[in-house]
Write a new protein. Structure first.
Length: 374
């Protein structure tokens, strides 16, 4: 048992080291495997309808690629224009927010820090905002102009569908082969753990993807109807970040309120300010009471704190590859920890003492009864 544990731990460490060293070239392969994993149930359904595995894989990936290309052609120009406009307008909005703060709380700040504290605060924050906007705009331009970025994007668009196609065609054979490697005496346990991990991963990823799409569309349309500047962009950002618990709603709320204060405060337009806040209140209500319970539910076993830690930790260590691996690894660890805890609670180590004493007393009593009967 100890030897197997050491071998398993060594395999996990080796896998993590390989992923870390090759993280810059693994993105299209990890993305392709992830895509094949998510599309496998659809391929199985087409197979049950009488379509061959090869034809089903071709049809699914062709439809996916066409849908992705059309979506990118529509959304990327819109998002890019709004991002550039937001970055350019950021220093002015920060300056306007400073003026609002100074107007409402300038006297209090002067009492707390002196007569010069307000002027120094406005100057430092304004300079910081200008530098941040300039840096962000330069960073976004470098993403598109850098040769490494172009190579990564090209490999992602070309290699990922090819990898996904081959993995999707051979998925069932691969699963059967891995299942055959498991010792027969442990096969039922491993299959049960694999089903739990699969349920947690698919339940979260597929459900949370729909939640992000629904909430992103709701926030974008709602803020656009309110008339908020950059409302579509803020809504899309909030929807995209919803896969991190509470981060999407909080980010979108702070951005929209800040833009709304700059846009509507001069005329004291409380109606539009209230509508902007109302969009996120309604969205949060729908997410917590309707959308997430229906699409994600509580069966995934992924606690929000554990999920946030996994996303931040793996994203920091492995970049975007880590973000793709975070959910399945977090789900796997959660299932294995619950399995180990259940075994511990059933073990003699946990029940040492009273249960063992009762068992001993029962055996001793049975021996005395047998002796007396003899």
């Amino acid at each position: 048992m100890r030897t197997r544990a050491v071998i398993g731990l060594a395999a996990v460490v080796a896998f993590g080291l390989v992923v870390y060293l090759l993280r810059e070239v693994m993105l299209p392969f990890v993305a392709g495997i992830t895509l094949a994993y998510l599309l496998d149930p659809l391929a199985d359904r087409l197979e049950r309808l009488g379509l061959g595995r090869l034809a089903a894989s071709l049809m699914i990936l062709a439809l996916f690629v066409v849908t992705l290309v059309v979506t990118l052609l529509i959304l990327v120009p819109l998002a890019a224009n709004q991002v550039v406009a937001l970055v350019n307008a950021l220093p002015g909005m920060v300056s306007r927010l400073q003026a609002i703060i100074a107007e409402r709380s300038g006297t209090l700040l002067e009492r707390v820090g002196g007569a010069d504290v307000l002027t120094e605060l406005q100057s430092s924050v304004g300079t910081l905002a200008t530098q941040a906007g300039t840096w962000l705009l330069a960073f976004l331009k470098s993403l598109w102009s850098g040769s490494q970025a172009l190579i990564s994007i090209a490999s992602l668009l070309v290699v990922t569908p090819v990898v996904a196609f081959y993995i999707l065609v051979d998925w069932d054979r691969m699963v059967a082969a891995i299942d055959g490697w498991v010792p027969p005496r442990h096969r039922a346990t491993v299959r049960d753990l694999a089903r739990q991990i699969d349920g947690a991963v698919t339940g979260y990823v597929r459900g949370q993807t729909l939640v992000c799409l629904i909430l992103g569309s709701f926030y974008a349309v709602g803020l656009w109807l309110v008339g908020l500047n950059f409302g579509v962009l803020i809504g899309l950002i909030a929807g995209f970040l919803t896969f991190i618990p509470y981060v999407g709603t909080l980010t979108g709320f702070l951005l929209s309120v800040g833009v709304a204060l700059v846009q509507f405060w001069p005329s004291a337009d409380w109606l539009h300010l209230g509508l902007t806040v109302g969009v996120f209140l309604v969205g949060q209500f729908l997410e917590g009471n309707v959308v997430s319970p229906k699409l994600v539910g509580d069966s995934t076993g992924l606690h929000p704190v554990w999920l946030m830690f996994a996303l931040l930790a793996f994203g920091t260590l492995f970049g975007f590859v880590g973000l793709l691996l975070a959910v399945p690894i977090a789900a796997s660890i959660g299932v294995l920890v619950r399995f180990a805890l259940a075994r511990y609670l059933e073990s003699r180590l946990y029940h040492a003492g009273q249960p063992v004493l009762i068992e001993h007393n029962v055996e001793h009593g049975a021996a005395l009864t047998s002796a007396g009967a003899g």
